[in-house]
Write a protein of this length. Structure first.
Length: 1023
């Protein structure tokens, strides 16, 4: 990449002075509003650039995109990066990225990247991974991956398990599926398995040619193949040199360097010999053919088997991964392998391109994916801040002498002494940290906040009526026949995941504990089974995703409390188990001093166990809660969301204000999300489902009526199971209510649209029942069950003729308008809150209009941006005519077309941009509300004393019960005597930016019937 003139202003400056300037300036400007785009081969840099006029007009300041680094070919999401220092060519060229960045800058906008640092996608195109497969522990990249080269199973020592085969190894081998090949272009041997390629260790090349030490002649069916004597002698000598290379398991640094130094020359000589000698080429081809075996002759595959047994990897059936895999993965995905980002060399090798992008100001922020997978997240975030500062103070390319992390030694030394984050961290960094209710982001992290899952849960909870909890719980139990509680569901889900998906990771921890016990005379009698069971139970009782003890061994009070709670819960659940085992593990996790007589490295062993333990609790929680329990505990699925808890039924006004106050104080630039690429269902789906909490009686009557009507469409399998089961059926009905297209409320959904909806629901339900792991799973699929479930959906969403005979369809379409209307009211209010609360609002692609998407891949469907551009242009044209009240009246009367949500989004974002200081640094003031409808309004002020600015925000909540089910917006008379008390000094005249109405305060109060005179939302600016 070229060096941008943008960094030239820093040339000639000392590092310390440069850091002073960055610290004083606060670093990069923080976003006012972001817009998330999912890039792919079908939506590239150039497509994003074409959208900029629209996004700018909407009020967005920062484009926030999915990963752009080179990923596996055809990746639809970009989270399977194969090279951190190359752009993904499927998204466009470097020139295209520069054009996008330049176009953003011309509009005063910037770019935020989603960065995957925890893992990489492996396979044919990951050069580091291929090198490790070829060279084992002698590879210069062996330390880049989190591989256990000394696993418990003796025959796996010095090997990696590669669970890539569709069937048992022996079947695939003797079935001729594994093919040895000589690749002339590379001068190397490899084994191919369908599209996958596995390199052969060059030190084992002699095994290709003979079962004895030297090559021999043999028949190919016609003539005997043997090179001429000089060529044969050269080949023999070359194979002998290959054989003398240090073996792949020799981790001695000098041996590894010797091997790496000699190998290129040997490979080149072999390539030249094969290319230049027909005799050698034919001999190689014949040797490969012999080694590949003959169908029906089991012994003929001995050669290939011996060759594969000599490699640094073991090919295995994919199901073996659960119990024997010996590298850290992203959750349980075998081809997403964990990076050792704590290794400074790994950081240096993966952040060269990011440094150049930062130096040239092509990007201004990073979103870090899955930070809980990192051994030391805080260390990584600090290195990112150092990288940004180095990029701006020393340029896009690091200049020697370099520290191991790839940055200038002198700069690193100065940075370590500098107070670079007095005001705030210089680089805008957001972390995908999933916080449990009551949990807070670690204050010591040099980041700006999270990606906003917790705000999505907070805002959604505001529109859930807590009085609906008991009747909905009773309904769920009656409908499903289940009395299961959430805590028990999560606990059992964790145990299931640890036994079915992640047992190998548990085995690793058990082995580490056993090694600690071996040298501790007070613990040496603890059995492997007792240790394994205790580890499982502690993780199953873990209340959060993970703790953050680092290599320094310091245990914070927060982490101590978490660990003590987890162990105490585990002991309560296992009163018959020896408590001493739990106490022993507790002391290790808390890094208590080892017992008298322990070896000198006992603390080091304990710390290693604790660090590895921390990297596992997060994946277990994610797979158990998000990807299992959320599909099993279906009491009220609006709460089954990333960052939320299904047992937190509603959020009080006081709780809402308190969390906003804390965010404004501690993390004012944290992201505020309501829909993301990771949410289980979109903001509009949840907002609609929230209405059910206000009408539990009506919902109960409907869902039981639907069950009776659809009973005839169920199918009983040979094993006696009815499909769908009651829990799945209840989940399905909630999903249909939440995701049904708005055209259904008007009876205007044509057959093609209904077929599309039906296909989406079938795909979603197929995923849901697999994730639940009750009747089937991804590991144990059941095609018959899936077919029966799809047939059930087809029958209840059938052709017009069949629907006319189906009472379900009649009652469903009659019920839908009520929840759709008040769901829309909820969504509008939620949109306003997101844009005006402390933090940075993010809009997920397409959600400025109604969007009823479900979990991925449903939420990655193409977005109709042409319609959105047209709608915004029309709204702006109408608004420019000056009569906003008339605009609002039309929008309310045609609310299903989505233009109403676009209007709220635009007007609030435009006001936010115009008063950026008010929202970026202004205070948040909860307003006191009095009157008979006080529980139905959320209100606060944003104030900036220095700028003498104030805005009042007010939005209705629980509108269905407020309006007693009458499908009208909550306007005027609905509010009775409810009023807001304004902060002093209070403005006397305020303008509603949505409707253009001027509202007059009386003695520092505002009547809600005046605030909501003609529009159900208020963003009031002092006139």
């Amino acid at each position: 990449m070229r060096t941008s003139p943008a960094i030239s202003i820093l040339e000639g400056s000392g590092y310390s002075e440069c850091l002073d300037r960055l610290s004083a300036s606060g670093g990069v400007p923080r976003p006012l509003a972001t817009y998330r785009l999912q890039l792919s081969a079908d939506f590239r840099f150039a497509d994003a650039e074409r959208l900029l006029p629209y996004l700018d007009a909407l009020g967005v300041t920062h484009l926030y995109v999915s990963p752009i680094l080179q990923a596996r070919a055809g990746s639809t999401h970009g989270y399977d990066i194969t090279d951190h220092n190359q752009l993904n060519p499927e998204l466009g060229s470097e020139r295209d990225l520069r054009r996008l960045a330049r176009a953003l800058k011309q509009r005063g906008m910037s770019l935020i990247l989603d960065l995957v640092s925890n893992h990489v996608g492996v396979g044919n195109h990951n050069k580091w991974w291929q090198d490790v497969l070829e060279n084992g522990q002698t590879s210069e990249f062996a330390g880049y991956f989190d591989i256990d080269w000394a696993p418990l199973k003796e025959e796996m020592r010095h090997k990696m398990l590669l669970p890539v085969l569709a069937a048992q190894y022996g079947e695939e081998l003797e079935g001729g599926k594994l093919k040895l090949m000589y690749l002339q272009a590379d001068g190397k041997f490899a084994v191919e398995y369908y599209e996958s390629r596995f390199p052969i260790d060059p030190q084992t090349y002699p095994l290709v040619f003979a079962t004895r030490p030297r090559p021999v002649a043999y028949s190919t069916g016609q003539d005997k193949v043997l090179p001429a004597q000089p060529e044969l002698s050269e080949l023999r000598a070359l194979l002998s040199e290959f054989n003398e290379l240090p073996p792949h398991w020799d981790a001695d640094p000098e041996s590894a360097l010797l091997r790496r130094a000699r190998l290129p020359g040997l490979i080149a000589r072999l390539s030249d010999l094969v290319r230049d000698s027909d005799g050698v080429r034919r001999y190689v081809e014949a040797s490969v053919a012999r080694c590949n075996g003959s169908p029906g002759r089991s012994r003929s595959y001995d050669c290939l088997h011996r060759l594969l047994e000599a490699q640094a990897y073991r090919l295995a059936h994919w199901k073996v991964s659960a119990e024997e895999i010996n590298y850290r993965r992203f959750f349980d995905i075998n081809d997403l392998v964990g990076l050792r980002m704590e290794n400074p060399r790994v950081f240096a090798a993966t952040h060269q391109l990011i440094r150049r992008l930062l130096a040239e100001q092509l990007i201004s922020g990073l979103r870090i994916d899955h930070p809980d997978g990192l051994l030391n997240p805080r260390q990584y975030f600090t290195r990112l801040q150092m990288l940004y500062c180095a990029a701006h103070c020393a340029g896009p390319v690091a200049k020697p002498p370099l520290a191991p992390n790839g940055m200038e030694e002198e700069f690193q030394e100065i940075f370590g002494r500098h107070q670079w984050a007095i005001q705030r961290p210089p680089l805008y960094v957001l972390v995908e940290k999933i916080l449990q209710p009551g949990e807070r982001l670690p204050a010591e992290w040099p980041v700006d906040g999270s990606v906003g899952y917790e705000f999505a849960a907070l805002a959604n909870g505001l529109f859930i009526d807590p009085q609906g909890e008991r009747p909905l719980t009773n309904l769920y139990r009656r409908f499903t026949g289940s009395s299961g509680e959430l805590e028990e569901t999560i606990y059992s889900s964790k145990r299931l995941i640890m036994k079915s998906s992640l047992p190998s990771e548990i085995n690793v921890l058990t082995h580490m504990l056993a090694e600690i016990c071996r040298t501790d005379r007070r613990a040496r009698d603890y059995t492997q089974n007792a240790l394994r069971d205790a580890v499982r139970e502690i993780i199953a009782c873990f209340p959060v995703y993970r703790t953050y003890i680092d290599e320094r061994g310091e245990v914070s009070e927060r982490d101590r409390a978490t660990l003590l709670q987890a162990v105490a819960r585990a002991k309560r659940r296992n009163e018959s188990a020896p408590a001493a085992v739990f106490d022993f593990i507790r002391d290790i996790l808390l890094l208590e001093a080892p017992a008298h007589g322990a070896p000198a490295d006992a603390r080091k062993q304990r710390l290693a166990f604790t660090l590895k333990f921390q990297q596992l609790t997060g994946p277990v929680m994610a797979k158990s809660l998000e990807d299992t329990a959320f599909y099993v505990y279906n009491r009220f699925i609006a709460l089954n969301e990333v960052g939320a808890s299904p047992d937190r039924f509603g959020v009080s006004l006081q709780g809402f204000h308190q969390e906003n106050l804390e965010r404004g104080r501690d993390w004012p630039a944290s992201m505020l999300a309501t829909s993301t690429h990771d949410t289980k269902r979109s903001e509009d789906v949840r907002a609609r489902l929230d209405v059910l909490s206000e009408i539990p009686g009506a919902w109960s009557a409907q869902v039981n009526r639907w069950r009776r009507a659809n009973h005839v469409f169920k199918r009983t399998l040979g094993d006696g199971r009815s499909v769908p089961d009651a829990n799945e059926e209840y989940f399905l009905y909630q999903t249909l209510v939440g995701a049904a297209p708005l055209a259904l409320t008007k009876g205007k959904l044509d057959d093609a649209e209904l077929e599309d909806f039906s296909q989406r629901i079938k795909a979603y339900m197929t995923k849901a029942v697999h994730e639940a792991k009750v009747n089937l799973s991804w590991i144990n699929p059941n095609a018959e069950y899936v077919e029966a479930l799809s047939q059930f959906i087809d029958r209840i969403l059938a052709s017009p003729e069949r629907r006319r005979r189906n009472n379900f369809w009649k009652h469903f379409t009659e019920f839908l308008p009520l929840v759709s209307f008040f769901g829309a009211m909820n969504s509008l209010a939620q949109t306003l809150l997101k844009i005006t609360c402390p933090g940075v609002p993010d809009i997920y692609q397409g959600n400025e209009l109604w969007d009823f998407s479900l979990v991925d891949p449903d939420n990655r469907r193409p977005i109709d941006f042409q319609t959105r551009e047209r709608v915004l242009a029309e709204l702006l044209t109408e608004a420019n005519r000056g009569d906003l009240s008339s605009v609002c009246e039309k929008l309310l009367s045609h609310w299903p077309d989505g233009r109403l949500k676009m209007w709220v989004t635009h007007q609030a974002l435009a006001f936010r941009r115009e008063h950026h200081d008010l929202f970026m640094t202004g205070s948040y003031v909860p307003l006191e509300v009095s009157g008979s409808r006080r529980e139905h309004v959320v209100a606060f002020a944003r104030a900036h004393e220095e700028r003498d600015q104030m805005a009042i925000v007010a939005a209705p909540r629980l509108s269905c019960s407020l309006m007693r089910g009458e499908m009208r917006p909550p306007l005027a008379a609905a509010w009775d005597n409810t009023e807001l008390q304004l902060p002093r000094p209070a403005p006397t005249h305020l303008l509603n930016v949505f409707s253009g109405e001027v509202i007059e305060s009386q003695n520092g109060t505002l009547l809600c019937r005046e605030i909501f005179r003609s529009f159900p939302l208020a963003l009031l600016a002092a006139r």
